[in-house]
Design a protein. Structure first.
Lengths: 353, 319
């Protein structure tokens, strides 16, 4: 597999970000039907899905190098975006093992792992990293194990410890988040860190999801999609940096909405880790501008219908209020009223840009 | 695009590398990766589900006693059960070095508590096996623990041999229950200790009784249990077509429906998402899901075929 990386992309002003045509077609569009509501939309994380983004354990795409550099920039400003509690050391090594083995198996041209007992050699060609280390001995790596490997993967990761019939967010690498803070949530239980979500608690969504995740089995990862909208191609929309991105919401106009507003999809994956019995939660964010998304006719129609019919509580919770009408007006021009088929596969070529 | 397992191609293919006779009724097996590729790590407390060539077609699960970092082979210790339904008898009398066997990826429902100040392990007989995988983890991480293990007098040498790699002042071996004063042992542990017990029913009952007497916190008492994926076979009748489908001991209702070509929608396959909810026309469901409310379960009007089964020999569904 050859990936044409775009190493000079920027997720902060001056922005420089776009998806290639192939990048648009592999986008994990989040709506399988024309209406959206919270549900426990978990399914087995198996290879082969409606778009190419579902083809690897940890998806690597054309934005890989630029996203890893963006992560480094965030960590330089705010090292506390990566926090792991002391009792999670075996979960750190579990994560190293899972990510290294998966990347090396899925992308042999880009990554390689050689193991000689506990002496491991890791090579990351896109980032030009080459390290020999002793598996299980943290001081043989240049950084703590979890930070070391999650700096080399796209998307955020959290570690959930399982004890006393609950899950606790006891670690994470969170630099590309949709307005939540690891430093604030660290140590919280499953219901505590989901506290702010509207409507879903009453529907029992979190009770059921927790019971399901407590029984998550090693070797049988699961996934779900989540979504929001982001103004400008920003990955770091954190509470810590709200002054940087909050004002962006006032900048959306009828003229620039197609380029400014991005559908942000999180391909969330959950893995039971073997040694620690913890759960690794991957939150892989994909960004595509409205003008890119609507080049798939089915997605343009559906995005309009979902946004138009979104419950007011969700419009407020997701922070769309300021530009909601502008967004729906833009999308209405991409919806000819034709029926759509169930599922997220694009089912056609792209419209001309 | 075809759908296939993301992590490990299953089933795992294993080759019997060594068989060691520990006592007339205990054998230790080493099962190596048949193709030489690294096996998935075996979680502490995990079991290996083997597909042995038995007439019943049933699988058998045995605790793994090798450490998670051992990736070229899994080790098991198997007791020849007196009432063997075929599995342990096959392993003891027919399985030979070089044989190929298939297994699922090892999974665990019995794990160490990450914040325990001290770990207290209590084992009876072959119940030692999941505790051995804990010993690897506790020793390699220099964690505070005690193991109290009971065995039959005639097997004392074998158990001493099994425990030899872990030998130390925190390992106690008893020949028979008499020497083991559970209440005294539990009573002297520091606050924040967690207890893990695995053994025959009378020992488990004694542990529970001692826990009650000393006021041991319920959340700090862990007992080995296997998942309830299977159960007694039953017949499911599809009301709309009148067809009958047999549901075997080791398959789920959903798998049986799918094998018969009836494909109800399904997503999580773990009783959480609600996607496969199916109406019940007749018969009593054995609910094992987390989706239906208590009242909904009591009504008997719906069933989640991905995890639930039947309490009656016949379950008629609105399919």
């Amino acid at each position: 597999m050859t990936i044409a990386f775009k190493p000079n992309e920027s997720f902060r002003p001056p922005f420089a970000y776009s998806n290639s045509d192939a990048g648009i077609l592999r986008f994990p569009f989040p709506f399988p039907s024309d209406a959206y509501m919270y549900s426990v939309n978990l399914e087995p994380h198996v290879r082969g899905g409606p778009t190419e983004a579902f083809s690897a354990v940890f998806d690597v795409d054309e934005h890989y190098i630029a996203e890893c550099r963006e992560r480094d920039l965030v960590l330089r400003q705010d090292p506390k975006r990566c926090l792991v509690l002391p009792h999670m050391m075996s979960a750190q090594w579990d994560t190293v093992e899972l990510i290294m083995e998966s990347l090396a198996a899925d992308y042999p041209d880009l990554f390689s792992l050689e193991r000689d007992g506990d002496r491991w050699t890791w090579t990351n060609r896109p980032l030009q990293i080459h390290n020999q280390f002793i598996f299980g001995e943290a001081d043989t790596l240049p950084r703590p194990p979890f930070e070391y490997i999650t700096r080399q993967a796209q998307g955020d990761f959290t570690l959930q410890d399982q004890r006393d019939g609950d899950l606790f967010m006891d670690g994470g690498m969170v630099t590309t988040q949709a307005d939540w803070s690891l430093a604030f949530d660290l140590g919280m239980s499953f219901h505590e860190w989901h506290g702010p979500v509207p409507l879903a608690h009453e529907a029992g969504v979190f009770d059921r999801a927790l019971q399901y995740l407590l029984r998550l089995q090693h070797g049988k990862p699961v996934r779900r999609l989540n979504w929001t909208l982001t103004v400008n191609p920003r990955l770091d929309t954190s509470p810590e940096n709200y002054p940087n991105w909050g004002p962006d919401k006032t900048s959306v106009t009828a003229e620039n909405v197609g380029e400014k507003l991005h559908v942000r999809v999180e391909l969330q994956t959950l893995f039971r880790l073997p040694r620690s019995n913890a759960i690794l939660f991957g939150i892989r964010a994909y960004l595509a501008s409205f003008s890119e998304v609507v080049r798939v006719p089915k997605w343009g129609r559906r995005l309009h219908r979902v946004m138009r019919d979104l419950p007011p509580e969700l419009v407020a919770y997701k922070g769309f209020t300021r530009y909601y009408t502008t967004a729906v007006d833009y999308l209405s021009r991409c919806d000819d009223g034709a029926p759509t088929t169930l599922g997220i596969a694009p089912e056609s070529d792209l419209r001309e840009a | 695009m075809t759908v296939q397992a993301m992590l490990n191609p299953t089933p795992l293919k294993l080759r019997v590398r060594a068989i060691e006779t520990l006592t007339p009724s205990l054998k230790r097996l080493s099962l190596a990766s048949a193709d030489g590729k690294a096996l998935p790590p075996a979680p502490p407390g995990s079991h290996l589900t083997l597909a042995l060539p038995l007439d019943s077609g049933r699988t058998r699960s045995y605790s793994i006693v090798s450490p998670a970092d051992e990736r070229d082979a899994y080790s098991l210790i198997v007791r020849h059960a007196q009432r063997s339904r075929g599995g342990s008898a096959y392993i003891h009398h027919r399985l030979a070095v070089g044989d190929l066997v298939e297994s699922a990826v090892p999974t665990s429902q019995f794990s160490l508590h990450s914040l325990a100040r001290k770990h207290l392990l209590i084992g009876g007989g072959i119940g030692l096996t999941p505790l051995i995988s804990f010993l690897h983890e506790l020793r390699s991480r220099s964690r505070s623990f005690e193991l109290h293990q009971i065995c039959r007098p005639d097997e004392a040498d074998a158990f001493r041999h099994i425990l030899e790699p872990f030998a130390g002042p925190d390992i106690y071996l008893y020949t028979g229950r008499a020497g083991l004063d559970l209440q005294a042992i539990m009573g002297r542990q520091p606050l924040g200790s967690h207890l893990y017990a695995c053994g025959p029913e009378p020992l488990m009952a004694a542990v529970e009784a001692a826990a009650t007497n000393v006021g041991w916190p319920a959340n700090a008492l862990h007992q080995e249990s296997f998942g309830a994926s299977g159960g007694a076979p039953f017949i499911v009748r599809l009301a709309r077509s009148g067809r009958d489908v047999a549901v075997g001991e080791d398959e789920t209702l959903l798998e049986a429906l799918e094998a018969a070509g009836a494909n109800p929608p399904a997503l999580c396959r773990g009783g959480a998402c609600g996607e496969c909810i199916t109406g019940v026309v007749d018969g009593v469901p054995d609910h094992r899901d987390h989706f239906l409310s208590g009242n909904e379960k009591a009504s008997g009007r719906w069933v989640m075929p991905c995890v639930s089964r039947a309490k009656t020999d016949l379950l008629t569904l609105d399919l």
